[in-house]
Design a protein around this ligand. Sequence first.
Ligand SMILES: NC(=O)c1ccc[n+]([C@@H]2O[C@H](COP(=O)([O-])OP(=O)(O)OC[C@H]3O[C@@H](n4cnc5c(N)ncnc54)[C@H](OP(=O)(O)O)[C@@H]3O)[C@@H](O)[C@H]2O)c1
Length: 461
Amino acid sequence: MAQLPMPARYTSSHRQPAQSVLRRENSKRSFLIAWSGPKPPGLKTLPRKYGGRGGYPHGILSSMPSPADVADRSHMQRALDLARQTAGLASPNPQVGCVLVRENPTDRAADQVLGEGAHRYDERDHAEIAALKQAAANGHDVRGATAYVTLEPCAHHGRTGPCADALLAAGIRRCVVATTDPNPLVSGTGLARLHAAGVEVDLGPGSDEARSLNLPFAHFIQHGRPFVTLKAAVSVDGYLAPPPAARALRQPHWLTGPAARAEVHSLRHASDALLTGIGTVLADDPALTDRSGLPRRRPLLRVILDPHLRLPPASQLLRDAQTSTSASDLLLLCAESAPLANQHTLHTAAAGRIEILRLPASPSGRLSLPPVLALLAERNCLSLLLEAGSALNSAFLHEDLVDRIVLFFSPTELGAGSIPFSAAGPSAYVLQQRLHQRRTASVGADMMITGLLHDPWPALS
Ligand SMILES: NC(=O)c1ccc[n+]([C@@H]2O[C@H](COP(=O)([O-])OP(=O)(O)OC[C@H]3O[C@@H](n4cnc5c(N)ncnc54)[C@H](OP(=O)(O)O)[C@@H]3O)[C@@H](O)[C@H]2O)c1
């Protein structure tokens, strides 16, 4: 019986060689997408949108999850929860979780968890190694166990040895993986190594969430610049803020409620850097800090684009800098022509706890954005949260440098003459219609709409 060619990214099964299958799952259904031997009866052709590709026999088997599928998803969900808890602690590496399980073949609801772990950059161990160590510390033998990992185990030497080899050495029988490694140079090699050594490999449960968690990593590894999320609070009639004459000077104007503002702190917590323009600083006098209360391994880098060094020495950013314990979390980017005297004044006002760098600018003084992103990439910033006003929203969108959008629509009406979402670009309404993987959620009295302009993952699946 002819065997199907085995793309490294799909499921392998050594249990039934005569019925070797390639299986892929998404969050809703389990698909058999190819099989050897006679076509199982009753199968429909797998639609292209579910991953069907010409050249293979494709089929969809059943939409009813089996107890084994339910157990797989539950263990993968736990691995994803562990990965999620490492926001702010894993970058510049991906967020990854792993759970080691002794399957109970007669009752999968009674599977035994042997060890679990997640990757934290400062602790070096990848999630698989952390889980193996926890299992050993608890006196569990993991031979014959199943590993649930949210990202393909690595097969190369980096800061640590290959995790695929560690799983093999530990005697893992089966490995369930949410998604492949987004690095095109190594994608599939970990799965191939496990498969070649006789481990049963399943790919796909939890893939949507695993990919969503690691959008910045997937983007950075391919493009070498940060994944940019544009976040804005927008009035129901599409404005960012009231006109300057209608508001108090240098005070934030809160459009959204406390629940939406808490979401913003989660976004800041999950970001390596935050960027705004001097227009926003002059209008709002913001602190721009991560006040999520959650631990992070490096401070949120706050970046201000201030071509002419107009930042007031009495601004909150500089007052906070005087008492800051970090010397490296406030970065002011100005034009090469910015007055030197202002630079000295700002350094003094911040008690030296500010970095001021000069970058290329247009004749009108607008900073060139690609060098800004290149500078952040050099500092290993994988994710950048853009929290700016209309001028910078417009500039980033115009240069197609925004990858994800998070909009908080408030029920408040601001009225004509207010500050537009984007000075010369699309309105917030038009923009949200362009999003892929668009999601809508109520957050207190506000409506949150998120979605992607660029998805770094699909080309890899
Ligand atoms: N609702 C929200 O979510 C939200 C968020 C942020 C801000 N806002 C509101 O937005 C308003 C401020 O808007 P804004 O447009 O003045 O502020 P902005 O976009 O934050 O800052 C604009 C300034 O950035 C500088 N800049 C440097 N490089 C640039 C480039 N390539 N392109 C464009 N600007 C560049 C320019 O400074 P120079 O003029 O010195 O050259 C420009 O004036 C305020 O009312 C604020 O409250 C609302």
